[in-house]
Design a protein around this ligand. Structure first.
Ligand code: 2BA
Length: 110
């Protein structure tokens, strides 16, 4: 068994959750925040049998399209008391999905 950890844009999360559930995958949805943009994103935990891994990845790929957008990046600057952050505009690619695939040693429901 594998555990997919998929980080996706909030805009894609609802549709992706529906598609995965319709296809019979078990999913847990977490509200998360990206470290670079400091904006909300969504992390899905998807436990999947090895033989369905590629199918799961393909559902994610179909739903999560990447696009570019202007955003504010926050860079740490030295400050007298603690750390201050400066924001500057930057074009970033958003959407798509960042997916980690981990092997699961044991899966139990107690
Ligand atoms: P964020 O960290 O908010 O990053 C959002 C997007 O900003 C990234 O998209 C990338 O296009 C851009 N970006 C990130 N760091 C950058 C940098 N140092 N310079 C220029 N642009 C940068 P993705 O790469 O698709 O990542 C989307 C989200 O996936 C990330 O949100 C983060 O929450 C997660 N993520 C990506 N790589 C990760 C990793 N190695 N470990 C854990 N989480 C990761």
């Amino acid at each position: 068994m594998k555990l997919m950890i998929a980080i996706v844009q909030d805009e894609d999360a609802g549709r992706l959750l529906s598609r995965l559930m319709e296809s019979g995958f078990g999913v847990t949805k977490l509200a998360t925040t990206g470290g670079f943009l400091r904006a909300g994103n969504t992390t899905l935990l998807i436990g999947v049998e090895d033989e369905r891994l590629e199918e799961g990845l393909s559902v994610i790929e179909k739903v999560c399209k990447s696009r570019t957008q202007m955003s504010a990046a926050h860079t740490p600057m030295s400050a007298i008391n603690g750390t201050a952050y400066a924001a500057f505009p930057i074009e970033v690619t958003v959407g798509g999905a960042t997916v980690f695939v981990l092997s699961v040693d044991r899966f139990v429901k107690l």
